[in-house]
Structures are given as structure tokens and as C-alpha cells.
Design a protein around this ligand. Structure first.
Ligand code: SER
Length: 878
């Protein structure tokens, strides 16, 4: 059975049991600070388990793109080494929100596996929670009794808290679970060892395929459990493992989920992957296999994350994605000998294979390919630089052991993993101190852990059962009551209180727009709200202190000065989005947006620099619509199909409901939850300040509106006045500046010429000062030239003959600089290296530098150190 059909059958089965089938949520989560990526099918439904919202149907099923690469569930380092773990995988799941419970969940799981998919019952084992007295949770008798009606008792295994009590994170909904394991070993092996003892023992062919969680509890901050108001079912089946079982394979990588990708890697590299059936492979082949598994796994995670809007970057979720891709690149680099970008070429295969079910990968194919290609190219360059640095480290090392700290430095700044450094050193008959490496790594981890420590208290609920209402589309002030509060202590922000209100005019950060600031005012006190954010369907107001009387009535007042500026920037963003699509083309798609009171920042897909002329056109387009004074037309709740039919713009990686809010200004129509001006005339004027690249195929525009434009123009004007005054008010300012520049170029040329002549004069003088030391012609001296002149002079002296070792110091503009020139034959025969010379001597002038073995320079801060640096130069030739 093809993987496509396996997926379809799962969904059809649960549809027939009254489930609503929903699409996968984006892989990158929004509105949930406790989770970076969707790590399980249930993550997008967390608010329903917590009682902060109601699902549109109490029974739901789907296949969810999951990523287990950070936080509580992290499989990254295992991937490649075994045959059944992945960074991205699909989780097939069915849910009951306060509807059916254990009986239906277990019976349906069994029916689907044994009757629809026809997995032989004798290949299956199930587990049941054995209970835990410390947690006060008893043995799951109910699940045991249900299973007993379906399967021999000796196939039911009791499991402990680690295996049979599922928790998504350190806090939140959780409960006992019942897992289904499949034994896909050969009959011969089964006869030798019973599968029962291999369950949960990391055997690659006796693996868990389905987890049925019975959500009954909420884990509180102090670690205790409380009963949830209702009982729910959360199940998750690993799609790739199911395919392995149903396709008669013994490795996920031998199923049609992975084979097309593997074939492409084989075609690109000319290497072969051996299936799991091939035994007794060489160590070399094993390494090739691991690398190929790493690559075909990681490309899926990275490609889907980018398609869902998460670009690789240096922080947060973007950094995790970058690290996954880099892991794939270096496995290719080390074990498949790929020195050119190639992983991007797999995206096409992935899009063909998955595009029907996950259209985002098809429609974003070009962008995903470009971004991956650029990341590959830049990391390969970094690896190359790292290799050069390693050469220098090796040259400077006495003996055959490099310090572990140096190896860690390579890891930290160049992404050189331990094993790669070890491998390169081994080829040179060297090694590094692992214990030192590990200690440096641990110290760094401890530092970052301490920096990100957060402790979150449980909610103190003042008014239970209230569902907070957002009134910010109509009001900026309202009478409110506090419904719950929570204290959060983090290293980053210190102690903050999160306040939830019964209704609120405060806009929570979202859709690029920053959260509102403002105050809570009661008869006796005023509390500042410093930010507003959304979390699992709650709107959290952040304050540095709590009101003394938390039960009082308050007036919640949004800071309207800030909000007005923000809304101008937000509406201008919509107009600019349309402008870009009209002027540059409909390939332009929003890839990121920030709207705050000061400016707007917009990232979008486009393959080339936006020209000056295009920038002007975009500004004119937006300003024309501002002048036209277009009124805001807000459709607060319209069916999504209707909005799309009207041509509204929607974003990839955004989760939309059946009904949406649509914002219209003339021909600009966008699905949006943000705050806007009532009429485009309020924006006053729109001005682009910068345009540049953020990643391959992604451009960024920063712009301003309203008062910020007024300030900008008046600043420009006063700058121009100052320039005119400095130039003594010429008639034509531009002409005066151009003529100054021309003069400057001419003078520079003259100076260069003069210096060259001076250097020639010096050449003769210095040639006579060369000392012979051990057959090396040595000179270290200060010259009255600029650094470029010193370089020319060094090369000039170099023409005088062989075996030259020169160190020339300059102190041009009081900036000390050392240049070292070493004849090629000395570099080759005496292992001298100008890079090392300047780095060592550079210490005396408080500086550093580098270059090539035959010529290198170092700049510094301390002119008075030149003398000592020159004196020490002789040590290198002695
Ligand atoms: N949440 C459970 C898991 O991820 C079942 O879906 O295993």
C-alpha cells in the first residue's frame, strides 16, 4: 500500500466514526511561548484541553506535521543512527474533546490496525499504565479491561510513568496512556526471543506505532496534578512507522516516504544507499548510510519549516532550523564528499511527493529551494574558513594534541562538530583533548540555561469559567474585572505579572503588530500595562506590579498615542503589500512583518534588489491611496471561502478559522486581525527608508508614516542647511559637493604617486640594511609610509632575491600596523608563516590580524609597542 493511501485510509476511517477532518496546523507555533514547534498532534488543540475555548466539533482527526528538535521531546541527535526516529514526522491523530473516552478510542485503534490495515494480531503488543502511588494515579484498570476483550492478556504489558504517562511539557494537560507496539521481525527471530521483552527497549523492529493518551489531569507549576474539568482523548500514530509496518519493511527509510529522496541523493553523489535488508556492510558503507538518512530526514524538516514561514536565522526557532540544515550539510561534507550545495535539489522531489496533500510545499517550492541553496553555500564557506583556521592551530601546536578549547572554538564559531575536527586531525596523526572540549561545551550550556531560566506560577483564578472578550476593534477604553493572575520570574525580564481580564480593549501582539501598552485605573490606583500577548487563546496583560485590590473594577485604557501611530503603519503595510504585488509581480508574498508605533518592517519573497525606480513607484502607489482617503471597510466575520473568492490575501503558516476578519481599503483586501486607521487619509504620508536582503530570495523594506515622515523631512532639511553653511552657501550645492569629491580623488592619486616614489627611494636604503641570519635575509624596521605603501615596499624588496624575511611597521595616523613578508621558499622549507608572525607580534601593539603564509598584516592600538614588536621579530629566524 502506498503511503499516500495509508494516510487517506486513516482519515476516512475516523471520518466514518463522526470525526471532523482538519488540515495540519503550521509546523511553527504562534501564540504559545512554551513551545517552539508543533511537537505533537495535540499541540494545536491545547486550549481546548485547558478549557480556554471550544472546538468546532468534539471529534477531530488529522495528520499533523511535527518537529521534535527542542524542549521536552528532542530526537535530533538520534536521527540517522537508527531507522525509526525523525526530526519531522507526520502524526496521525484522533481526538475527543470531552466526548468519547477509553472504550471507543481503544476499540477503534484496534479495528483500524487489524481490520482495515490488516496487521496480524500476533504482531501487536499493547501497554497500560501501571499506576504511580507518588502521583496518586492508580493502575489503569479500565484500559486493561477493554484490551482484555481484544487481545491475549500476555500481550498486554504494564508500563511506568516514563513510558505510559504522557506530558507535552513541564506544565499543562497530561494523562495515562496506552501504547500499541508492532513486532516486524522475521518468524525465525520471533521464535528465538519473545517480542514482549523487546517492547520499549529500543529495538528497531519492535517499535511503538500508536499512543492513546487519556487526558485527565493538568500538571501544575509545583509539580502536582489536578483533575481537568472533562476527560479527553489524544492519540498519535507515527505515519512513517506505520508505513514501514504496512509495506513490509524494517526501516522507515526503506518506505516510499523516503526512497525517492534517497534515490536523488544517490544520483547526485554517485554513492549507493543499502537498504536495511542488506547485512554485513562495511564501516564505510555504514557511514554513507547514516549520512544519507540524516540528509533525507533533515531536508523534510527544513523545507516544511521554511514553507510555513520560518526562515533560518540566528535566534529562536530560526536558529534551530539553521542548525538542523547545518547538521545535514556537514554529514554530506564529511561522509558523502559534497563540497557544493546539493540539498536544495531534493526539494523538487519532496514537492512532487508531498505536494498533493501539503500544497504549501508545492507553492513555496522555489523559495524553499533558494533559501536552502543560499544557506548551504554560506555554511560551506564557513566550513572552509574553519579548515584554514584548523591548519593554523595545527601549525602552532607542539606535539600531536590540540587543545580541547581550540576545538570548541571551531565548533562554536564555525559550526565544526567534534567528530569532524577529530576526523581531520586524525588524518594528520593528531587528536584533541575531548575532556577540555566537553568542559567548554558544558560551561556554555550552563550559561545559556541560566540566561533563559523562567519559573511560571499557576494561575490564581478570581472569576472562574469566564471567556475573555476582545473589544479593541470598537473601543480603546472599557470597564473590566480581573479574572486571573500569574507571576512569572525570568532571568531576562525579572518578575512580571500576567493579568487576564473579563474583556479587554488591549490588542495582543499578533500578525506583526506589537501588543498594546496602557493602564488599568481603579478608584484608588493606576497600574501600567507594559505589553499584551496572546497565549493559548488567553490575552495576557503584562505588569511590573499588581494592584493592591485585585477584585476592584478597573478602567482599562489603551495608550492611544502609540496605537494611532501603530495603526497608521499597519494600514500602510497593507497598501504597500498590494503595491509590491502590483509593481513587482504576484510572486511577492509576505514572509514577515513588524508594525510598531515608530515604523513598519516588511519581508517578502522577491528574487532581485528592488530598484530605486521601483521604490519610487511603490511610494507613489501608496501615497496616491492615502490621498484618495479610502475608508476602512471591515468584515469582522465572513466565511473564509467568500473572502478568498473576493481575492483577499492570506498568509502561509497562519492558522485560519472557518470565518475570518477581512480588511479592505479600496482594492487592498487582506485577512487580518490587526488595528487599522478608519480612513487612509489619516496615514498622511508614506516613506520608504531602506531596502535590502534578509535571505536568499527574501527582501526587507523599512518605512515610516505620519509624524515620523514629518520628522524625517525636517531632519533632512536641517542636514541640507548645515551642508550648505559648511560649503559657504554655494549657488548650486550639488555641484559644489561633486567638485569637492573630484578634487579629493585627484589629490589622493597624487599622494599615492608621491608615496610610491618615496618607497622606491626607501627600497635602496633598506636593501643595504638586510642582515644575514642563518642564511635568511632579515630586516625589521619602522617606515614612514601608510600601510599600503608598506605593502608595496615589501613586495618591491621581495623582487631583490630569495630567502627574505621582512617585518615593516607603520604608524600612519597614529595607528600602528605590522606587515610581514616571507619569501615563498622560506614558507615551504622552513615552515615559516607570516600569519602566525603578525598574530604573535601583534600582541605588542595590542592588536591582531592575519593573512597568508607569505604576506600578512596586523593592526593595533598601541604605537609605543612597535619597538618591542620589531625587536622580537628576530626570534622567528633565530
Ligand atoms: N500526545 C501523544 C503523543 O504525542 C499522543 O498524540 O505521543
Amino acid at each position: 500500500m502506498k503511503s499516500q493511501d495509508i494516510r487517506k485510509q486513516f482519515l476516512q476511517f475516523f471520518e466514518s466514526k463522526g470525526h471532523l477532518i482538519v488540515p495540519s496546523a503550521p509546523i511553527v507555533l504562534k501564540d504559545d511561548p512554551t513551545l517552539m514547534f508543533n511537537n505533537s498532534g495535540m499541540a494545536q488543540f491545547k486550549e481546548f484541553f485547558l478549557g480556554n475555548g471550544t472546538p468546532k466539533c468534539p471529534r477531530i482527526a488529522d495528520t499533523q506535521k511535527c518537529l521534535r528538535v527542542s524542549g521536552k521531546h528532542n530526537d535530533l541527535e538520534d536521527v540517522g543512527f537508527d531507522t525509526y526516529h525523525h526530526t519531522m514526522f507526520e502524526m496521525l491523530g484522533n481526538w475527543s474533546f470531552g466526548d468519547y473516552f477509553k472504550k471507543e478510542a481503544i476499540n477503534w485503534a484496534w479495528e483500524l490496525l487489524t481490520e482495515v490495515y490488516k496487521i496480524p494480531k500476533e504482531n501487536l503488543y499493547v501497554s497500560v499504565f501501571e499506576g504511580n502511588p507518588e502521583e496518586n494515579v492508580p493502575f489503569d484498570q479500565e484500559a486493561w479491561d477493554i484490551w482484555k476483550t481484544l487481545i491475549d492478556e500476555d500481550r498486554i504489558i504494564l508500563g511506568n510513568k516514563k513510558d505510559n504517562f504522557w506530558e507535552m511539557g513541564d506544565q499543562g494537560p497530561c494523562g495515562p496512556c496506552s501504547e500499541i507496539h508492532v513486532d516486524i521481525r522475521s518468524a525465525e527471530e520471533k521464535a528465538k526471543v519473545s517480542g514482549k521483552i523487546l517492547v520499549n527497549n529500543d529495538h528497531p523492529q519492535v517499535v511503538e506505532i500508536w499512543n492513546n493518551v487519556f487526558m485527565e489531569f493538568n500538571r501544575k507549576a509545583d509539580g502536582s496534578l489536578e483533575k481537568l474539568p472533562a476527560q479527553h482523548v489524544d492519540t498519535g500514530m507515527g505515519f512513517e512507522r506505520l508505513c514501514m509496518a504496512l509495506q513490509g519493511k524494517t526501516s522507515n527509510y526503506d518506505t516510499d516516504v523516503f526512497t525517492p529522496l534517497i534515490e536523488k541523493v544517490e544520483q547526485i553523489t554517485g554513492l549507493k544507499y543499502t537498504s536495511n535488508e542488506v547485512k554485513d556492510i562495511t564501516e564505510e558503507q555504514n557511514k554513507t548510510n547514516i549520512a544519507i538518512r540524516v540528509i533525507v530526514d533533515h531536508v523534510r524538516a527544513v523545507a516544511f519549516a521554511i514553507a510555513d514561514g520560518q526562515l533560518p536565522s540566528n535566534t529562536g526557532a530560526g536558529y534551530v532550523i539553521r542548525r538542523i540544515l547545518r547538521r545535514a550539510i556537514r554529514y554530506g561534507f564529511t561522509f558523502l564528499n559534497t563540497k557544493e550545495p546539493f540539498i536544495n535539489k531534493l526539494v523538487e522531489v519532496l514537492a512532487d511527493q508531498m505536494g498533493e496533500f501539503f500544497p504549501e510545499i508545492k507553492s513555496q517550492q522555489q523559495l524553499v529551494t533558494n533559501v536552502i541553496r543560499e544557506e548551504e553555500a554560506s555554511f560551506l564557506r564557513t566550513l572552509d574558513q574553519g579548515l584554514q583556521l584548523l591548519d593554523i592551530v595545527v601549525a602552532k601546536t607542539k606535539g600531536d594534541e590540540v587543545s580541547g578549547e581550540k576545538a570548541f572554538e571551531l565548533y562554536d564559531t564555525f559550526g565544526f562538530p567534534k567528530d569532524l575536527t577529530a576526523l581531520i586531525l586524525k588524518e594528520k596523526g593528531m587528536s584533541f583533548k575531548e575532556s577540555e572540549f566537553d568542559a567548554s561545551m558544558k560551561a556554555q550550556k550552563d550559561r545559556s540555561r541560566a540566561a533563559s531560566e523562567v519559573s511560571t506560577e499557576d494561575w490564581k483564578v478570581l472569576i472562574p469559567g469566564n471567556v475573555e472578550k476582545f473589544v479593541g476593534y470598537d473601543q480603546t477604553e472599557n470597564e473590566v474585572k480581573i479574572t486571573r493572575i500569574r507571576k512569572v520570574d525570568s532571568k531576562k525580564d525579572g518578575i512580571l505579572y500576567q493579568i487576564v481580564l473579563d474583556n479587554t480593549p488591549f490588542y495582543p501582539e499578533g500578525g506583526g503588530q506589537v501588543g498594546d501598552k496602557g493602564t488599568l485605573v481603579s478608584a484608588n490606583e493606576t497600574i501600567d500595562i507594559i505589553d499584551t500577548k496572546k497565549e493559548n487563546n488567553l490575552i495576557l496583560h503584562f505588569a511590573k506590579q499588581l494592584p493592591e485590590n485585585i477584585e476592584a473594577s478597573f478602567i482599562a485604557k489603551v495608550n492611544t498615542d502609540l496605537l494611532t501611530s501603530t495603526s497608521k503603519n499597519h494600514s500602510a503595510t497593507h497598501l504597500m503589500h498590494l503595491a509590491l504585488r502590483t509593481i513587482l509581480g504576484t510572486h511577492v508574498e509576505q514572509k514577515g512583518s513588524l508594525v510598531n508605533p515608530n515604523h513598519l518592517r516588511f519581508d517578502f519573497s522577491h528574487f532581485a534588489k528592488v530598484t530605486e525606480e521601483e521604490i519610487r513607484k511603490v511610494e507613489d502607489f501608496v501615497n496616491t491611496r492615502i490621498e484618495e482617503q479610502l475608508p476602512l471597510v471591515e468584515h469582522r466575520s465572513i466565511p473564509i471561502q467568500q473572502a478568498m473568492a473576493q481575492g483577499a490575501m492570506a498568509l502561509f503558516g497562519e492558522k485560519y478559522g472557518d470565518t475570518v476578519r477581512m480588511i479592505e481599503f479600496g482594492d487592498s483586501k487582506e485577512l487580518c486581525g490587526g488595528i487599522h486607521v478608519k480612513n487612509t487619509g489619516e496615514i498622511w504620508h508614506f516613506k520608504i527608508l531602506s531596502e535590502g536582503a534578509v535571505a536568499a530570495g527574501i527582501r526587507r523594506i523599512e518605512a515610516i508614516t505620519g509624524d515620523a515622515v514629518k520628522h524625517y523631512f525636517s531632519q533632512q532639511e536641517s542636514d541640507l542647511d548645515a551642508i550648505k553653511e559648511t560649503l559657504k552657501n554655494p549657488q548650486d550645492t550639488l555641484k559644489a559637493v561633486v567638485s569637492l569629491q573630484d578634487d579629493n580623488v585627484k589629490l589622493k592619486k597624487q599622494i599615492e604617486q608621491l608615496l610610491k616614489e618615496k618607497a622606491k627611494g626607501l627600497k635602496g636604503e633598506l636593501a643595504s640594511q638586510l642582515q644575514d641570519i642563518n642564511g635568511i635575509k632579515f630586516l625589521a624596521t619602522q617606515v614612514d609610509l601608510n600601510p599600503d605603501g608598506a605593502k608595496d615596499l615589501a613586495y618591491e624588496l621581495g623582487t631583490l632575491g630569495t630567502n627574505l624575511f621582512l617585518v615593516l611597521a607603520t604608524a600612519d595616523d597614529d595607528k600602528p600596523m605590522l606587515s610581514c613578508y616571507i619569501s615563498k621558499e622560506l614558507v615551504a622549507e622552513k615552515n615559516l608563516n607570516a600569519g602566525i608572525v603578525v598574530r604573535e607580534l601583534g600582541k605588542y601593539i595590542q592588536g591582531g590580524g592575519g593573512g597568508q603564509p607569505f604576506f600578512a598584516t596586523a593592526g593595533g592600538k598601541n604605537v609605543s609597542g612597535i619597538k618591542e614588536a620589531l625587536e622580537k621579530a628576530i626570534d622567528f629566524v633565530k
